[in-house]
Design a protein around this ligand. Structure first.
Ligand SMILES: Nc1ncnc2c1ncn2[C@@H]1O[C@H](COP(=O)(O)OP(=O)(O)OP(=O)(O)O)[C@@H](O)[C@H]1O
Ligand SMILES: [Zn+2]
Length: 639
């Protein structure tokens, strides 16, 4: 009999719930006694008991806050409730404490719901996994899967670990991570994430990330941290409340001194409670961040959300962001007597030491024609290219800047060849062997399928300036920009040039978001008001460093992220207005004599709930119609 009561009392949430219920029951009992049977004494005793039951918890919290020199809302309520008892207003005191407790309970409940997006994410990870041990499939708790163990996932099953597919193929829905509704085809060699679902087919997966070390776990941790992190406006309100609460005390004492009306002074304490004000910002932020997480958009905290909501300019890197980042080798122009195959071979040897996107198609083409030895030594020069050595020969591959830097001059045929490659809108990779020009390779990259639609959507969202910042040459950059509807192009940039441009945009008064991937983007990303990473599900570094990480490799998430941030800012402002108007209205009501303690508390608690309900609208925000989303094909198998 005693143990359950003790457990209830020890758990603060359920204790508060029971205290509220008991005090509510006492109030009903007291009212029945008075109006049903005219028992005034029983009425007073019940109200006193109700005030004591609900008030004890409030007073206890007020006392704890006071010990760390914090003037809490609970302190205002406690003083008002005790004062009301003191002047014989038993009903007022009981009603105020009960309503306060009841409101706090509803508030906690709805706040939990607002954090619901996270609960959805948590549910994405299955609790059991089937692993192959001694050749036999066995069911084990997902947390006890070991690294490198083979996990079996059947059709319709949730994947319990991060890993690499070793056998089988399936369409995998990654919605939990990326918010992407269309499943991706996965087969041997593909990477899969914990929490995603194999919609059909059977997969065998070698575990590479388990337990707390999966992308899903990292996202959940980051969302939790983000929801806790205080936004600047929130800090401002908290500082304000630190002054406001004692200020109200002084005002109430002043009103009492001037009017001699103690009930009025006590009512002031109740109605001026900054409850709705204090909660107005955090509740919007929690809802906004949760809403974004559902779409696979990780906003790293209230501060970043506020910044993102103010963005009016966007800078994008080209290679890998606006384009697929998988260029194809479209032409090979040998110079000075070397043959085509040899030019390709030497260039590929040099590129084998780099993982720049330009190198990949060159290496692939050379491999298709024969064995490819590795370079003995490679030196990469950011924004220019690279210099390598192999078999005693020196190979240089890169852009014009590299050759100016190396002091290698261009003769007339070389100039003509370079102009030709660039004139066709291709990115040139110029190659020299032992200090002598050997040829030019032309590469062309595809813009992403959704790039043009995303830019149009961004402009509709109100981003009126969009600039491409690229290390590539002006002609190929212009060609891509024209295709996707960007008119401002800054090309042939060194990493520090990208940084300088971001600073310049800011100096012109823009709030700049930058999205990029390469090392050449890092300084610019750091300087931008908001840094955004795309396709972050694959790279944990991006999840950790960007202010906003788009889990999917999908440019359309960009306008969505900005729209959610804006909607959240708007929501915060609405909440502030609701909170302030309520307090002003209540104060006016108190001085005109229309509002008393219990009704004041009721209206105040209602305003808190309205603020929460308003924030919850953010969660229900419907998905935007995504242009072309119906006709989108399955995403290709990821390498
Ligand atoms: N490994 C490489 N091989 C050949 N050229 C290179 C290499 N690395 C860099 N370059 C040259 O330097 C230029 C700038 O490279 P950088 O990585 O700064 O930008 P990018 O990838 O071309 O474009 P973006 O800035 O849009 O990502 C390239 O366009 C290319 O001309
Ligand atoms: Zn790049």
């Amino acid at each position: 009999m005693f143990t359950p009561i003790l457990t209830i009392l020890r758990h603060p949430a359920s204790r508060r719930k029971w205290l509220t219920i008991i005090s509510g029951a006492l109030i009903v009992f007291g009212l029945t006694a008075l109006y049903g049977f005219g028992l005034r004494g029983l009425w007073a005793a019940s109200m006193l008991a109700a005030a004591f039951v609900a008030g004890s918890d409030i007073a206890w919290r007020a006392f704890h806050a006071l010990r760390i020199r914090h003037f809490s809302i609970e302190l205002l309520v406690t003083v008002a409730a005790v004062g009301a008892l003191f002047i014989g207003e038993y009903w007022e005191s009981a009603a105020v404490t009960f309503l306060f407790m009841f409101g706090a309970w509803l508030e906690a409940r709805t706040m939990r719901q607002t954090r619901g997006a996270l609960a959805d994410l948590l549910k994405a990870a299955p609790e059991v996994a089937t692993v192959i041990r001694d050749g036999e499939p066995v069911e084990v708790p997902a947390a006890s899967v070991l690294l490198d163990e083979i996990v079996l996932v059947r059709a319709g099953g949730r994947i319990p670990v991060d890993g690499e597919v070793t056998e089988g193929s399936a369409a995998v829905s990654e919605a939990a991570i990326t918010g992407e509704p269309i499943p991706a085809e996965k087969s041997a060699g593909s990477h899969v994430h914990a929490g995603t679902i194999a919609e059909n087919g059977v997969l065998r997966i070698r575990a590479t990330g388990i337990g707390a070390d999966t992308t899903l776990a990292r996202i959940i941790r980051r969302v939790e941290e983000a929801q806790e992190e205080r936004a600047p406006s929130q800090r401002m309100i908290e500082r304000f409340a630190q002054w406001y609460t004692p200020g109200i005390m002084v005002l109430a004492i002043g009103a009492w001194a001037v009017t001699g009306n103690l009930p009025l002074a006590l009512t002031l304490l109740v109605v001026a409670c900054p409850g709705a004000l204090v909660i107005s910002t955090p509740v919007s932020i929690v809802a906004g961040i949760g809403r974004a997480a559902r779409s696979g958009i990780l906003i790293k905290g209230g501060q970043h959300l506020e910044h993102a909501g103010r963005i009016n300019m966007l800078a994008l890197d080209k290679t890998g962001t606006l384009t697929e980042g998988k260029p194809s080798l479209t032409e090979i122009v040998p110079l000075g007597g070397i043959d085509r195959a040899e030019l390709l071979h030497w260039t590929a040897i040099a590129e084998s030491g780099s993982d720049h996107p330009l190198g990949r198609p060159i290496i692939e083409a050379a491999r298709a024609e024969g064995a490819l030895p590795a370079a003995d030594k490679v030196e990469e020069l950011a924004g220019m290219g690279l210099v390598a050595e192999h078999d005693g020969r020196q190979i240089a591959a890169g852009n014009r800047r590299l050759f100016d830097h190396l002091g290698i001059s261009f003769d007339a045929p070389a100039e003509a060849a370079l102009a030709g490659v660039m004139g066709r809108g291709r990115t040139p990779v110029i190659v020299a062997l032992d200090g002598k020009l050997a040829g030019i390779l032309g590469l062309s990259d595809q813009p992403r399928a959704m790039a043009a639609a995303a830019m149009a959507e961004l402009r509709r969202t109100g981003i009126n300036r969009i600039a491409m910042l690229t290390g590539d040459q002006p002609q190929p950059a212009q060609a891509i920009a024209a295709e996707i509807g960007i008119d401002e192009v800054h090309a042939a940039l060194m990493p520090e040039d990208k940084l300088a441009l971001i600073r310049q945009f800011q100096a012109e008064g823009h709030h700049v978001a930058m999205i990029g991937d390469g090392i050449n983007d890092a300084p610019a990303l750091a300087a931008a008001d908001t840094s955004i990473a795309m396709g972050a599900a694959g790279t944990d570094v991006a999840i950790e460093t960007a202010d906003i990480a788009l889990m999917a490799d999908d440019l359309l998430k960009l306008p969505e992220a900005i729209a959610i941030s804006r909607a959240t800012l708007r929501n915060m402002r609405q909440n502030l207005v609701i909170a302030l108007l309520t307090v002003v209205g209540l104060l006016a009501g108190v001085f005109s004599g229309d509002v008393h303690m219990a009704s004041g508390m009721l209206i105040h608690q209602l305003s808190v709930l309205i603020v929460i309900a308003n924030a919850m609208r953010l969660m229900r925000r419907p998905r935007r119609d995504r242009p072309g989303s119906q006709s989108r094909p399955l995403r290709p198998v990821e390498a």
